[in-house]
Design a binder for this molecule. Sequence first.
Ligand code: XLS
Ligand code: CA
Ligand code: CA
Length: 438
Amino acid sequence: MKEYFSMIDKVVYEGAESKNPFSYKYYDADRVIDGKKMKDHLKFAMSYWHTLCAAGTDPFGAQTMDRSYGGLTDPMEIARAKADAAFEFMTKMGIEYFCFHDADIAPEGKDFAETKKNFFEIVDYIKEKMQKTGIKLLWGTSNCFSSPRFMHGAGTSCCADSFAYAAAQIKNVLDAVVKLGGKGYVFWGGREGYETLLNTDMALELDNMARLMKMAVEYGRKIGFDGDFYIEPKPKEPTKHQYDFDSATVIGFLRKYSLEKDFKLNIEANHATLAGHSFEHELEVARINGVFGSIDANQGDPNLGWDTDQFPSNVYSAALCMLEVIKAGGFKNGGLNFDAKVRRASFEFEDIVHAYISGMDSFALGLIKAYEIKEDGRIDEFVKNRYESYSHGIGKKIVDETTSLEELEEYTLKNGEPKLKSGRQEYLEAVLNNILFR
Ligand code: XLS
Ligand code: CA
Ligand code: CA
């Protein structure tokens, strides 16, 4: 079989002192942290689209990367070569999960019947490779945003036929996810939003989106899908107003349509920052509302401000992210999917290897540091003490819901001005740096 990543054999942990570019400096898959192997804390996944399909185009430029897999032209041959390259890459890197859109793995045919045939042919091809390697599917999804047929949206389209087309795609991907033993199905609403209210019935669009999701749950559960459905929030791009703006917005939607039993959130770092939030904010909102599910690990660039989907190298952010994952009790069906692509000028296959090593090492270090933050205890202790006034007296009555506005007025008349304590932000930032850089 043709080799695509011939520059590596097996990438292994060599420790922080190693200068070998093709080694992990921090990711030591079998190292046990808090009773669990690093690889099970992190559950790294490869994104099929960015890794095997993205070719370096941007709004101003043509592709910079050769994705013909040795000059192939037949779309089904390319699809098989992509799968070969994907499994070669994951095996060599020690990545145990992957994620895909239907459109990533197989080409569209002349009609939906042929598209379906192509898709399941490659699903079977992938299944064989999964059985041989032990690599698992983290989640699957449907690309209901690239084709012109979704220019008005998919579940929120004004055109019922587009809605039906999306539903048909979702059905097939759910079948594939079950066939491949996957534990997740993602809804990312790339075109589920609007450009102008002048042509939009927002109420109908949102009701229809929920209808599509309900049908997906009904069908998925019927065919034995026992994993999680996810919504992946994103505020904008490609539509101006995307309905799944951020975690809080999605939670409101899930509750309005009684979908919270089957759905969790897939939080992407770059989408959080586009929404004007920090990554850890989005994760915490999901966690405290019981819908933390999975993560798309990447990072944006504040100087650019769009969805750059860069490989994550910011250890500070990775540590705060992994702290949230630890607080959530770890991943269940979810994991850390590198929804990230190499820069346009990093056009060689070797760059993909460096990108994943950097991303995986950043999150491995993030995990190590997150656990140290927890063990150190100074930050948790500070937070606990900050709210101690709710553990007794009038504070306890507030928390127990045994007081009233009348009693609180009486209390205030008697006690006068509140006695406040400092928030000590600068001290806590110093503690964090002390743990991160010792
Ligand atoms: C795009 C999204 C997309 C989803 C899956 O911005 O991140 O790639 O993760 O459709
Ligand atoms: Ca994503
Ligand atoms: Ca993104």
